[in-house]
Design a binder for this molecule. Sequence first.
Ligand code: G3H
Ligand code: 13P
Ligand code: ZN
Length: 316
Amino acid sequence: MIVTTAQLFKHAYGKYAVGAYNINNAEQAMGLFKGCIQSKAPFIIQISKGARKYTDKRMLEAIIRAAGEIFPEAIFAVHLDHGDEQTCYECIDSGFFSSVMIDASHESFTENVAISKRVVDKAHAKGLSVEAELGMLGGVEEDIKVEDGHATLTNPAEAQDFIKKTGCDSLACAIGTSHGAFKFKGKQSLHFDVLTKIKALVPGFPLVMHGSSSVPKDEVDRINAAGGTIAGSMGVDPKEYLPAAKLGVTKVNIDTDGRLVWTRVHREYFRDKPSDFDFRPPGKIFIDEYAKFIASRNDYLGSSGQLDDLRKSLGQ
Ligand code: G3H
Ligand code: 13P
Ligand code: ZN
């Protein structure tokens, strides 16, 4: 059942975070739905601009609709990840999305407010909610690369002002993470100090953490042992998801980790079976391994086991 992101946030706020997982193809969709049903967790499917272009945006929509029929117990929202203004309008008009993200975080504060407010007005008129972003994460976001040292943490007072001026429904905050597999150098933690200040200024307002992949060491080691060269990677400690959720982080974005599962499965499969060329056996392994991974993330997020209570609260 497709619900609004607002419905998911209302149930989760302050108790647990909803996992927001990016998908690009049918195998990821199958693994995601399986993992969320196994762990009895609600979830958010995220579609990036790149995902919409990978095959065809209609293909992804059809895959998601089909998965919803194959897994009728699933409760999920469909969200545009890192949209520009034009893509937000396309998704708002498509009638398929529960929410969109307008990412104008690379613009000045004033310009970010103006763009985000235009999207909020259009989205609210059609009953969709809007995630906006303030502060700048390091790493690569679609076409925009933020160089090391140029990332900026979200300023709590500005966040309060931004939310008031734009009317956005949730806010992606920069709290020390970045996109991709190389987030930290050495041991580092989330900026709980920033989160605490934001929560004090906007209690009850859903916050979003991007760049939340944990980049598991054993996964990376297996990839490298099977011919990969991903050296020096590091992610977020998943044990920090739940403490962040208690401070208002209601949506946790995970993409890179899923790519690592895919890479590990396929590298190992073809290393061990060099004469094979049927992609379905590793595809099947990937679906099950991704499902296992998703269930484990939902456990860390605290969303595992919430499905029945959510269903009741939705009057289903
Ligand atoms: O934040 C970016 C997401 O990981 C999506 O990545 O634009 O390569 O699909 P993508
Ligand atoms: P990761 O690169 O850490 O998976 O972050 C994904 C993300 O923030 C998608 O918007
Ligand atoms: Zn992101």
